[in-house]
Design a binder for this molecule. Structure first.
Ligand code: IVH
Length: 663
């Protein structure tokens, strides 16, 4: 047993070391698959020896169940804002105020990027992360610990020596540009509104009640200051940041600058290199380096006087609209896209810019031939922000005509329920079919990787595939005769179709492309119903009753699964051998419909294990006690949750009693 324990501890230390190499030093030593292998090994050992699980194991980042709401917590030291400057002049004014305030010119600055995300306080006690909170109103924020734990860049325990007993680290949670682009692409696929910029995406992802969704959002973190500490960490900001880095926290480039001129030089350098970063910065933060001098300067209440932000101007470019295309999405949504005369903007050549919807086209009155100003939304997605009307040829120019028919199939169009998007309503629209099939075979759905867009195009054009079900009745001789197909490639296609037949149920549900239903919702539905026929028989009321399934989603699921054509296609798929793998069976139904909270230190099992048992027996777990709580399982040292349960008169039972109840 001790050997196993040692092995588990070694694996954990090894994984943590690689996390730090990756997130803090940007210098990974192993590849992703090698990392996954270590992680898999640890997970397996912990599965076999659940008694050896600890909350700070790298496998314990994601809690399994959504919480009901965030509790608010007080900040020991207020979380302030920063004043902004936009040019050299204002920056020099700042320097003058400092000199006056300190009555000396013996001071230096530190300069670092201003990350565009949201401020977080991380409280470490005895080196372990015990709480994470948002800024909120500066004196109280939301407790987002379970969501923050899912961010792999944030260590659950610190490494190194001389770590203060209480160490509150502050920094910015952000979404890297690539993750932002991927998230928005998935949102568009699911017919959901996109996030306007990475900052909103990060904030939206952190304020989710279900940490499993937060975990999928690829958030990251940079530390940039301290809150409460049980002892001073350093004499200067610069040295404190080096210490945090040594503790295993990601800290961005902080450089020292001797005077205002040096600060300005650094600002100009960053202005040039900012577009090459894989995260968004909207300026630089300039701080007085010595803590004793920061104290002398003090704060204005809202913002410190020892700190200022130098904000970059948003980059813009001018170009002309050559034409406006209308694209048809998988659910028929028509999206106008401007084709532009290619122009350089913030590091890339931009040829196209989305116009989002026809309301936007009307508002801007964008027309073919117009000179327009473009900007990158969150420095990533090019957008038309303005039309220079006075450069328009008044004789030639015509307002853009909003389509009255689908540009791909000529079918009718209608406004959607919000009155913003236009949608092609022809169920046999060929453009929609291609999009739907591409989605169906996609990586996050049925994952039929050998069926790429070019092949789908041919299958649709030759009418071999008119529905999802047709994929499963395709024959080798039909596939091999298509363009660019040989025996081997056709066999690979057949093989990858065959393999997809037993994909997990949630993947099939997701693949149907039901409006508003993405991968996460599909998983919830699969867990809840366990089989496709049960989901198909569900009423709107039953669907709405499920945690995380709102009325709009419930309605669209119900609509989809009660349409005769869809039922026929699903039945044909099943008849052709599609047999989705069901989620794990429940052990019993004794806790059906109950929401249960577990708290305190238990004797025989970890909290995670008890929570798993609750789910296995049909119950739900929650991290906070409310009127809806069926009962509280309390171990030793139970705190505020026990108080709350007593206050609300909710039954409290021991671990032993709980075990009896489920047996
Ligand atoms: S220092 C009281 N450093 O910008 C000042 N803030 O617009 C403590 N921010 O609330 C903050 N990067 O969320 C600091 N390198 C950085 C930062 C940074 C981004 C955020 C922070 C702050 C906001 C103000």
């Amino acid at each position: 047993m001790t050997d196993i324990r040692k092995k588990i501890e070694r694996l954990r230390a090894e994984i943590r070391r690689h996390d730090v190499l990756y997130y803090v030093h940007n210098a990974p030593e192993i590849s992703d698959p090698e990392y996954d292998k270590l992680f898999g090994e640890l997970k397996q050992l912990e599965n076999e020896h659940p008694e050896l699980l600890t909350p700070d194991s790298p496998t314990q980042r994601v809690s399994e169940r959504p919480i009901e709401g965030f509790e608010t917590v007080a900040h020991a030291v207020p979380m302030l804002s920063i004043d902004n400057t936009y040019n050299e002049e204002e920056l020099r004014e700042f320097d003058k105020r400092i000199r006056k305030g300190l009555e000396t010119d013996d001071y230096d600055f530190s300069v670092e990027p201003k990350i565009d995300g949201l401020a977080i306080s991380l409280r470490y006690e005895q080196g372990h992360l015990v709480r994470a909170a948002t800024r909120g109103d500066g004196s109280r924020g939301d407790d987002v610990t379970s969501n923050i734990r899912t961010i792999r860049a944030i260590p659950l325990s610190l490494e190194g020596s001389h770590i203060p007993d209480i160490l509150e680290v502050r920094g910015e949670v952000y979404m890297p540009k690539k993750a932002f682009a991927e998230l928005n692409a998935a949102k568009v696929e699911a017919g959901e509104p996109e996030f306007a910029n990475p900052r909103n995406a990060a904030a939206g992802s952190l304020k989710l009640l279900d940490a499993r969704i937060t975990a999928s959002r690829k958030l990251a973190f940079f530390a940039y200051s301290l809150g409460q500490t049980s002892e001073p960490l350093a004499e200067t900001h610069f040295d404190a940041m080096q210490k945090l880095r040594n503790f295993g926290l990601p800290v961005n480039d902080v450089v020292k600058a001797e005077n205002a001129a040096a600060v300005l030089k650094i600002c100009h350098q960053w202005d040039k290199k900012k577009t090459n970063l894989d995260y968004q910065i909207d300026g630089l933060v300039i701080k007085i380096n010595r803590y004793d001098q920061q104290d002398i300067l003090g704060t204005t209440g809202r913002a410190p006087k020892w700190c200022i932000a130098y904000k970059f101007a948003a980059e813009q470019a001018e170009t002309t609209v050559e034409s406006i295309d209308v694209q048809v999405g998988k659910n028929g949504t028509l999206t106008p896209v401007a084709n532009l005369k290619p122009v350089k903007l913030a590091g890339t050549t931009v040829k196209r810019a989305t116009l989002h919807n026809f309301e936007q086209v009307k508002r801007l009155d964008v027309r073919c031939g117009d000179t327009v100003i473009i900007e990158k939304a969150g420095e990533i997605i090019p957008q038309v922000v303005d039309v220079i009307v006075k450069q328009r040829d008044l004789f030639e120019s015509q307002p853009f005509e909003i389509p009255t028919a689908c540009p791909a199939c000529g079918g009718g169009v209608e406004k959607d329920e919000n009155g913003v998007y236009l949608r092609c309503v022809n169920p046999n629209c060929i453009a929609q079919l291609k999009e739907r099939l591409e989605y169906f075979v996609g990586k996050g759905q049925m994952d039929i990787d050998k069926l790429g867009p070019a092949l789908i195009e041919q299958l649709v054009e030759t009418k071999l595939v008119k529905t999802f079900a047709d994929i499963y009745t395709l024959r080798f001789d039909q596939v091999v005769q298509l363009d660019r197909m040989a025996d081997k490639s056709a066999a690979n296609v057949m093989d990858s179709i065959e393999k997809s037949k037993t994909q997990p149920l949630w993947r099939l549900i997701a693949a149907l492309g039901i409006r508003n239903v993405g991968g996460q919702s599909a998983q919830i539905l699969a867990d809840e119903f366990g089989a496709l026929d049960k989901l198909m028989a569900a009423t709107v009321e039953e669907l709405t009753a499920i945690d995380q399934i709102g009325p709009v989603m419930a309605e669209s699921i119900h609509d989809y699964l009660n349409k005769e054509t869809n039922i026929k296609i699903i039945n044909e798929m099943l008849a052709a051998g599609v047999k989705p793998t069901a989620p794990k069976e429940k052990a019993s139904n004794v806790l059906d419909g109950m929401t249960i909270v577990v708290t305190g230190t238990l004797k025989n099992y970890t909290r995670t294990q008890i929570e798993q048992m609750i789910k296995d027996h049909g119950g739900k777990t929650s991290s906070s006690v409310s009127k809806k709580t069926a009962f509280l399982v309390a171990g030793e040292n139970a705190g505020s949750k026990l108080d709350k349960a007593n206050q609300l008169d909710i039954e409290v039972i021991t671990e032993d009693k709980f075990l009896k109840r489920i047996r």
